[in-house]
Write a protein that binds this ligand. Structure first.
Ligand SMILES: Cc1cc2nc3c(=O)[nH]c(=O)nc-3n(C[C@H](O)[C@H](O)[C@H](O)COP(=O)(O)OP(=O)(O)OC[C@H]3O[C@@H](n4cnc5c(N)ncnc54)[C@H](O)[C@@H]3O)c2cc1C
Length: 394
């Protein structure tokens, strides 16, 4: 305990001395976080924060030191998270590298792939995207058709992926391809790592109702990917695909949670609906805010328990569907509430009649519609929970 107290003291002092001003405020949306990568442009403060934290391996605090991680114990990582929260510090880095492909590589990849890919993730040098969905394979992912045919030391890829989040901003993709058409569909899938700069890869952004283009179509025409980039074994990709979805679903529940959400909701309600005796004037809105925040606290605590379990070596299993389902449905409730607080100020798309904050709330509300689709729809999560968590009959 004395060691942990010393670690806490040193950590607090180091964080306070090294965190630049800009990262001492919670981000309003995931877009304000640092996602790293060769194509990302970030302010000097954000870049400096990433550099100093990555230098200590604290972008991935519990990953082993030999792969660039912090090598912290579960207890030390908890202390680091607590001290960062006290100073209201933003995470130095986010993205699919840290939350999805990194944990999978740690569990399943060869030593060679770990040494090649994990350090660039820790330092935010490479940004990753996910090539799972296809026009004919979403919920029924195992039906994917993107073909990979072996030619000596390479696989030649042809086909199309869709809904590739940040495909245009990413440097590498982890991709599921069909390597055998003669066996049951789950048994002919391989998990590959693909450099997005490889000739034959074309990425086209898809424009959404919110006005932004966070995801893309990815076309593959005779793309040559080395066989050494296979994670696990050829035709053994389905088990890895599902393991990664466990990491993804936990991450989605976490990433959309609103840091500082309670204060923001209360301030918004006081501004638009008035204040009485220091409280939000409208008792019904007060009640709705309380409900959302109580549910958020329960989810946060359950996620914290799952994170502790993960650090102790428990792989995320089917129960990650509970976090995904609940976190995304809750985020939609929060966005609906914000829109009803705004009233007609929530109807703006652009123009002088609306503040930047109001326009942002409207767009975030529109964006939240996709939360219950990405990473597997709510209906699919409920199916997984029914069958694999509760053990209900088909
Ligand atoms: C914002 C966003 C980001 C995304 N990012 C990525 C990404 O980075 N990479 C990637 O590969 N994919 C990504 N996706 C794709 C996402 O994984 C798929 O959209 C999702 O899995 C659903 O597949 P689908 O769109 O083909 O819908 P479908 O599978 O066609 O489903 C249509 C409807 O039928 C319902 N349904 C289907 N099967 C069942 C069933 N068995 N029981 C009950 N209901 C069912 C679904 O719930 C849904 O309501 C993203 C999607 C969104 C919205």
């Amino acid at each position: 305990m004395a060691d942990l107290d010393t670690f806490r003291e040193q950590t607090r002092r180091w964080l306070d001395a090294n965190a630049p001003a800009e990262v001492r405020t919670p981000p309003k949306s995931p877009d304000e976080l640092c996602w790293g990568g060769r194509k990302g442009t970030y302010s000097p403060d954000v870049r400096r924060w990433l550099a100093v934290m990555a230098e200590r391996g604290w972008t991935a605090p519990t990953w082993p030191r030999e792969y660039g991680g912090g090598g912290l114990s579960k207890a030390e990582a908890k202390v680091l998270a607590e001290e960062m929260a006290k100073l209201r510090l933003r995470p130095p880095l986010t993205g699919f590298g840290l939350s999805m492909i990194g944990p999978l590589l740690l569990q399943e990849a060869s030593e060679e792939l770990k040494r090649e890919h994990l350090p660039p993730i820790v330092h935010g040098r490479i940004r990753w995207c996910q090539g799972y969905s296809e026009p004919g394979a979403g919920s029924d992912l195992a039906s994917l058709q993107c073909r990979a045919v072996r030619d000596g030391d390479v696989f030649v890829l042809n086909g199309q992926k869709v809904w590739t989040s940040y495909g245009d901003k990413s440097d590498w993709m982890f991709i599921l391809v069909r390597t055998d058409t003669e066996v049951a569909k789950q048994n002919g899938i391989t998990f590959l790592l693909m450099d997005m700069e490889t000739p034959g890869v074309t990425v086209r952004p898809i424009r959404l109702i919110s006005g932004s283009s966070p995801f893309c179509e990815t076309f593959l025409a005779d793309v040559r990917v080395p066989v050494r980039n296979v994670v696990g074994r050829v035709n053994g990709g389905w088990a890895l695909a599902k393991a990664l979805l466990g990491h993804e679903r936990t991450m989605i529940a976490d990433v959309f949670k609103e840091r500082d959400g309670a204060q923001r909701l209360v301030a918004l309600a006081k501004k638009h609906l008035g204040e009485r005796d220091g409280r939000v004037a409208d008792p019904i809105v007060r009640d709705r805010i309380t409900q959302v925040e109580m549910d958020q606290s329960c989810l946060d605590l359950t996620l914290a328990r799952a994170r502790d379990g993960a650090k102790a070596g428990h792989k995320p299993g089917a129960e990650s569907s509970i976090f995904k389902y609940y976190g995304t449905e809750l985020n939609q409730r929060r966005r609906e509430l914000m829109m009803s607080i705004l009233g007609q100020q929530g109807l703006g798309w652009e123009g002088e009649g609306y503040t930047a904050d109001e326009l942002g709330i409207t767009r975030d509300w529109l964006r939240s519609r996709g939360n219950t689709i990405e990473g597997g729809t709510s209906e699919i999560q409920l199916n997984v929970i029914a069958k694999r968590v509760l053990g209900l009959p088909d």
